[in-house]
Design a protein around this ligand. Structure first.
Ligand SMILES: NC(=O)c1ccc[n+]([C@@H]2O[C@H](COP(=O)([O-])OP(=O)(O)OC[C@H]3O[C@@H](n4cnc5c(N)ncnc54)[C@H](OP(=O)(O)O)[C@@H]3O)[C@@H](O)[C@H]2O)c1
Length: 237
């Protein structure tokens, strides 16, 4: 009997892949032999991976539509990793509404923009994986983070609803609630805050992003893990 081996080739799309966690994921998926498209906005991507990148502002729906128009012929079996994110630190009573709203526009509406454009393609293909990035910040209540926390908490409800709408089309959508990792945003906050934060983690260390990579692979390989919100935070208290 002739054995037919079918390789399932994914197209991994990572928004916000120009630095931090997104760039880390892009490099790891590429070195594992995957097809990967990463997006950047203001940070020029690493030259070695230039051909993998497209410019994209997720907060701009016309831009998102154009992005999918450009790549539509090369995307099958899509894994969408919604990594792009921004923050704005300010106490609520001192907040600039424009800057506050920008965080919602990027982290929540922007993530939705990308999902809403990818879903019709995934539904046609009867396959899809969507992974959103939320945060421990939305779970704990940290002063000065109302915009960021609100935007990240919104992703939980969005995830649940979209999971139910698309489960019968081979599509799963899940959210990762990240603790603090030794890459990206957290490395830009003052050292004093970093040290205080580490004291809340039993190992006293920030997470290694390889744990995000392995969790995403676990999600990709699981068709019944759907609508979930997964904490990866080293048992932070
Ligand atoms: N690092 C952590 O410990 C941690 C903890 C909890 C949650 N998270 C979440 O994990 C994700 C990645 O975090 P990170 O630490 O790697 O962040 P980061 O280093 O600050 O990188 C943010 C990325 O998002 C992109 N981006 C920002 N605004 C965008 C927009 N309007 N359209 C498209 N892309 C945009 C940036 O692109 P350009 O630079 O090219 O403009 C960059 O590639 C975020 O969603 C963050 O909230 C991170």
């Amino acid at each position: 009997m002739i054995k037919v081996i079918i390789f399932f080739i994914f197209m991994i799309i990572i928004t916000g892949a120009s630095r931090g966690i997104g760039e880390f994921l892009l490099k790891n998926f590429i070195s594992n032999g995957n097809n990967v498209i990463g997006t950047f906005l203001n940070t020029k991507p690493n030259n070695i991976y230039k051909s993998n990148y497209y410019k994209l502002d997720i907060a701009n729906i016309d831009n998102v539509k154009l992005f999918f128009d450009k790549i539509k012929n090369k995307i099958n079996n899509i894994v969408l990793i919604n990594c792009a994110g921004t923050n704005y630190n300010s106490f609520a009573h001192k907040s600039d509404l424009k800057l506050w709203k920008n965080v919602i526009d990027v982290n929540l509406t922007g993530t939705f923009n990308v999902i809403s454009e990818v879903l019709p393609i995934m539904r046609k293909q009867n396959y899809g994986r969507i992974i959103n990035f939320s945060s421990i910040v939305a779970q704990t209540g940290i002063p000065g983070t109302s915009a960021y926390a609100a935007s990240k908490a919104g992703l939980w409800g969005l995830t649940k609803s979209i999971a139910v709408e698309n489960a019968n089309k081979g599509i799963t959508i899940n959210t990762l609630n990240l603790g603090y990792f030794n890459i990206g945003m957290i490395t830009q906050v003052p050292k004093k805050f970093q040290e205080l934060t580490k004291q809340k983690i039993p190992t006293k260390e920030f997470g290694d992003p390889k744990n995000i990579f392995s969790t995403i692979n676990y999600i990709i390989n699981n068709d019944y893990l759907n609508g979930a919100s997964i904490d990866i935070n080293g048992a932070i208290i």
